[in-house]
Design a protein around this ligand. Sequence first.
Ligand code: ADP
Ligand code: MG
Length: 318
Amino acid sequence: MTTDPTLAELTGKATATRTRPAYGHDALITCDRLVRIFSADDVEVQALQGLDLLVREGELMALVGASGSGKSTLMNILAGLDTPTAGAARVAGHDLLTMTAKDRLHYRRKVVGFIWQQTSRNLLPYLTAAQNITLPLQLAGERRRSRARTERALELLELLEVADCRDRRPHQMSGGQQQRVAIAVALACDPAVLLADEPTGELDSHTAQQIFAAFRTANEELGTTIVIVTHDRAVATEVRRTVAIRDGRTSTEVLRRSEVDETTGHETLVAREYAMLDRAGRLQLPAEYTSALGMRDRVALDLEEDHITVWPDDIGHT
Ligand code: ADP
Ligand code: MG
């Protein structure tokens, strides 16, 4: 008996549609209705209010949002430094809510790398650049010999164009050099994900550009998935995807793709802003849009063949 491959494919497809895959099943980072409530002195702060986010393997993306919108809270959870109050969060197959203390240690040492805004927080002041990189390899119990670890350190310093800093201590380097060494430290154990919370916040725009180039190199050369929280407009416009967080939720997303002009051959990045639609069908409209048309409380919807129109609630007012 011969099997018709198309038929096999068809039945395969039918099964796939019947058992709908779980939300974010193929993403490297999945945040599903993530909630983090801080309570202190009877006051509750809802830092994350049901945040949904998916990040694909190999992506380099930016997170933006006003101060206090929950960006650092999210990063600390993804880094395994804090635990969510409710919801689900998975990174590279690790469930961040049910992880044991032992898993958590392994997770922080080997699965994620982290870069802080404060350059001084990323490196140990009494160690050289090379030693700062070999330390996490030693801590992670790498069986490599000391020489191999040093070689790995030098490779990373070279990749990030700070090989000349190998024997310098942090105070002998510029802020930009320190941050690039910090990226090398975070990459030492070959993590699946690199997280950076405002890594260029203390740097001038020219240096920030170099740091961003270093992230891009890590992403392109090593394939590391990278999430960068940033205030820097220039950085945010250089990545293909920028997700905005508002009041502890992902609100809008800007996707950029390159378009080549057929006659001139010039390549330009075309950006398009999207609103996030959650699984309950909720949509957050940009405040500029709603205030421009005086929309509040409720709006009228019309379903057209290929789009939906949103009208101000005129009837309600008359
Ligand atoms: P962002 O990084 O976007 O500026 P954060 O995640 O730091 O925002 O903070 C989000 C909200 O949670 C803010 O209102 C902040 O005051 C509050 N918050 C953050 N960390 C704590 C904490 N440890 N205890 C109490 N409130 C906190
Ligand atoms: Mg922050």
